[in-house]
Design a binder for this molecule. Structure first.
Ligand code: HC0
Ligand code: SF4
Length: 571
């Protein structure tokens, strides 16, 4: 075992680890700014410097390994002074517009400055002024005068997502994460997944906020009906905005909070997740039976759709023509529900709450407008933005009594909620397709081969005459690897689920930021717990879905379904 001391107390470790990991495991506070447990430590911000008994030099705890006999001090005046001066230097190059900043109240820099009582006394380094606010993307905003050079966005974009849109350029005070040729984000190959914004410790890259627009819509309705919808992955993460733990289930409180904000109706994107299974499952069976393009690819992740359109247009025919559940629900609300309620589509405002920054981009697509040319989804808020809105309006989230979704567009099964996890769309599709095609239920509803965090998961299901070969791929970098294999003929599947974010939507770029190392596992468990507790766990058993087919769509892939629930892509 490695023996060491921290602040004169003795510890032992049987495994190799860094000083920072050892401190965190033992609840000893060490400040960090560039460190995130899901990324590679880089030792850039120098806030985690600690003293050791080896020479007089202080070492960065995040990149220094424990060694036998090391004596570590994290709380000496020398360490504290070094943290303070490093924070002061960061402030000298930082645009401190905290009051209007998207990160205000959840900013790692703000917290540190407050905790250490840092005075802003260094002269401002004005050459640092990049004067660059890039709001070209509907999903993200970058303000490089707030950048603290932690490198987390660059790592998220390159290492995690394999997209390489941002890279660190320039040296010293002139260093900055930039796009190629410094182009506005919209003109790059960015797919709007928002991983950069999730990992940004400050407000240098943030979601393109719709909080103020939503406030305006709710406070000045002018006779309009405001309808919300909430995505599967929001309900196991919104809790974190209010100090609860990752994976804590807050469906009822979230619905209640949205009502308190002034929404007239709260519907569930899960309803159309179930509907997606009916349409997409039928499309798959049709392609298999009639020689359609295979493998068929899922189409619900807008980051993934952006990737295909921008980087792999040759695979457009493989994409399912199904709109995403967000797209389907907004379409039903404006084109069918409004009429049933006797209101005009332009008098209904649809606000959707998503774990995803790319959904903001999806909502603007030309193909997803009504016949009269208005967007079917008016506003997309990320889970983080919903948290901010609830706080702004002083809604007492934690003490709210659970509320239920409005029906019928709020009814859903366990198959719908698992869409939020990687493998969920596949598992939900199999539960239904198997039963419809083979007229008997799958031997087990919990289909584990498609669960978990492995980057590319494969399974073969005996499916009557054929063996159905499926794959599930999540995280953009794994997707690029998979597509390379597919092009080289190294893999062969009938149906593949793609989600751009690690873990699926629970790891979405718009979910509450977390510095915990297990937040994804815990959100994932929260989602599976909701599924287990549902009495109905197969999409085709959703009675509201059955009803909307009887009363309106007639059957999957009908003429009406094609018009309202399916779409096409741009190449
Ligand atoms: Fe997802 Fe979805 S599961 S993409 O990951 O299909 O954002 O949560 O809402 O639309 O349902 C995101 C999450 C959704 C959609 C659903 C799908
Ligand atoms: Fe958005 Fe989910 Fe796709 Fe991530 S995986 S880009 S959160 S839809």
């Amino acid at each position: 075992a490695i023996k060491f001391t921290i602040n004169n107390k003795k510890y032992e470790s049987t495994t190799a680890k860094t000083i920072l990991e050892a401190c965190r495991e033992n609840d000893i506070y060490v400040p960090t700014l560039c460190y995130h447990p899901m990324l590679e430590p880089v030792g850039k911000c120098r806030l985690c410097l600690v003293e050791t008994n080896y020479g007089g030099k202080m070492v960065p705890a995040c990149v220094t390994d424990l060694s036998n006999g090391i004596e570590i001090t994290t709380n000496s005046p020398r360490v504290v002074n070094s943290v303070k001066s490093n924070l002061g230097l960061i402030l000298a190059t930082h645009n401190q517009e905290c009051t209007s900043c998207e990160a205000n109240g959840r900013c790692e820099l703000q917290d540190l400055v407050y905790r250490y009582g840092v005075e802003d006394k260094f002269p401002k380094i004005f050459e640092k002024s990049h004067n660059m606010v890039d709001s070209s993307s509907p999903s993200l905003i970058r303000d490089m005068d707030k950048c603290v050079l932690c490198n987390r966005c660059v790592q998220a974009c390159s290492l995690l997502q394999g997209m390489d849109i941002l890279s660190m350029t320039g040296r010293g005070v002139h260093a900055i994460p930039k796009t190629a040729f410094d182009s506005p984000i919209k003109e790059t190959e960015c797919i709007n997944c928002g991983a950069c914004s999730f990992y940004c410790p400050v407000g240098a890259i943030a979601e393109h906020s719709a909080v103020r627009r939503t406030l305006d819509v709710l406070e000045n309705k002018n006779g309009k009906i405001v309808v919300f919808q909430t995505a599967p992955a929001t309900r196991v993460a919104i809790s974190e905005e209010f100090g609860m733990e990752p994976g804590d289930i807050s469906t009822g409180k979230m619905v209640a909070a949205i009502r308190e904000l002034g929404a007239d109706m709260v519907f569930d994107t899960n309803f159309t997740a179930d509907l997606t299974i009916m349409e997409e499952g039928s499309e798959l069976l049709d392609r298999v039976a009639n020689g359609g393009t295979l493998p068929m690819f899922t189409s619900c992740c807008p980051g993934w759709i952006n990737m295909v359109e921008k980087l792999y247009p040759e695979f457009i025919p493989n994409l399912s023509s199904c709109r995403s559940p967000q797209g389907m629900l907004s379409s039903i609300i404006k084109n069918h529900w409004a009429e049933k309620m006797g209101v005009k589509p332009e008098d209904v405002i649809v606000v959707s709450v998503m774990p995803c920054t790319a959904k903001k981009d999806e909502a603007r697509r030309e193909e997803l407008k009504t016949d009269s040319g208005i967007p079917e989804t008016d506003i997309v808020l990320t889970t983080r933005e919903l948290g901010r809105l609830i706080k702004l309006k002083k809604v007492p989230f934690l003490s709210l009594k659970d509320s239920k979704y409005n029906n019928p567009l709020g009814e859903s099964t366990g198959a719908a909620v698992i869409f939020g996890n990687t493998g969920g769309v596949m598992e939900a599709a199999l539960r239904t397709a198997y039963e419809i095609a083979l007229k008997k239920p799958m031997p087990t509803l919990n289909y584990t081969p498609v669960r978990g965090f492995e980057g590319i998961k494969e399974a073969t299901i005996p499916f009557g005459e054929i063996d159905l070969k499926v794959a599930v791929v999540h995280q953009a970098s794994n997707i690029r690897n998979y597509l390379k294999k597919l092009k080289n003929g190294e893999v062969e599947h009938h149906f593949v689920e793609f989600m751009i974010c690690k873990g699926g939507c629970i790891g979405g770029g718009g979910e509450p930021k977390s510095l915990k190392s297990d937040y994804l596992e815990r959100r994932m468990k929260g989602i599976y717990d909701i599924d287990e507790r549902k009495t109905t766990r197969k999409s085709h058993e959703n009675q509201a879905v059955q009803q909307i087919y009887e009363q309106f769509f007639e059957k999957p892939l009908s003429h009406k379904s094609h018009k309202l629930l399916h779409t096409h892509y741009k190449d």
